[in-house]
Design a protein around this ligand. Structure first.
Ligand code: NAP
Length: 248
């Protein structure tokens, strides 16, 4: 029987790349979205909101596996609670959660919210898999662009951004597999000083600018300089480099 896999956030940057891989593996997919659109063969869209808790019981009917990707700047901790409560009611047997590398270390609200979502899933009693992922190359671009325009480069700030297809492939593999608990982090192939990323971004844009090194103050600066946003040594590294991403 091909019970659908529920993908929250299936319309997002990562979800749009992951859903086709689940389809290619022969699985039907149900996407929970605040803006439902026409369904297509094997991919059904259902209306719901993970933060408000609407539509979840209907979305989870007959579902054994959930891939929870929905997220935003705020509310992911609440969303995890509403989704877990509904998944418990529905008897879900595998809940896969994407999280962010450094969730339990970085003194920033977004990371704390992701750590809270992880705890909710870990304590849910539902068999789970949690994958912490580095920032996507796509999401590093606005930061690098802003730094380039301002001609500044925070010293000691490093990123190991990752390609979206590497993330989608790993999420699909984990979603189709058995619950595995917290698995190895997934990051990009290289750890870069942000100043290097700005230089390669400028070069890809055909410009060359000198940047002024600055120091990020306070606890956040200390955490970044300590590499608290970087993966554990057990990390799995994706294949697409920052330079390949920029060239494409
Ligand atoms: N991008 C990164 O660099 C990165 C790195 C590590 C982890 N992550 C995590 O990976 C997940 C997906 O990231 P992404 O980059 O693909 O995000 P995205 O492109 O911003 O897409 C966000 C997705 O979440 C859904 N969503 C947001 N709020 C929702 C709500 N209240 N109820 C239902 N759906 C909601 C949106 O669906 P609709 O608009 O259709 O409702 C959309 O599909 C997020 O949890 C993010 O924190 C991202």
């Amino acid at each position: 029987m091909n019970t659908p896999i529920l993908v929250t956030g299936g319309t997002g940057t990562i979800g749009r790349r992951t859903v086709p891989l689940l389809r290619a593996a022969g699985r039907d997919v149900r996407i929970l979205t605040r803006h439902p659109r026409a369904s297509e063969p094997g991919v059904e869209h259902v209306a719901g909101d993970t933060v408000r808790g609407t539509g979840l019981d209907a979305a989870l009917a007959g579902v054994a596996t959930v891939l929870h990707l929905a997220g935003g700047a705020k509310g992911d901790d609440v969303a995890a609670q509403t989704l877990v409560a509904a998944a418990q009611r529905a008897g879900v047997r595998h809940l896969v959660l994407i999280s962010v590398i450094g969730a339990d270390r970085m003194p920033i609200g977004y990371f704390r919210m992701k750590a809270a979502a992880e705890r909710t899933v870990e304590q849910s009693g539902i068999p789970f898999t949690i994958l912490r992922v580095a920032q996507l190359h796509e999401f590093a671009v606005p930061i690098v662009k802003t730094l380039s325009n301002m001609r500044i480069a925070p010293r000691g700030l490093r990123f190991e951004s990752v390609g979206v297809d590497d993330v989608a492939a790993r999420l699909a593999e984990l979603t189709l597999g058995d619950p595995a608990g917290r698995v190895a982090d997934l990051a990009g192939p290289q750890v870069h000083e942000v100043a290097e990323m700005v230089r390669s971004f400028d070069s890809a844009c055909g410009t060359s600018r000198r940047s002024l090194g600055i120091r990020i103050p306070g606890a956040v600066g200390r955490a970044y300089r300590a590499g608290d946003n970087l993966a554990d040594p057990s990390v799995v590294r994706g294949r697409t480099t920052w330079e390949e991403f920029l060239a494409a």
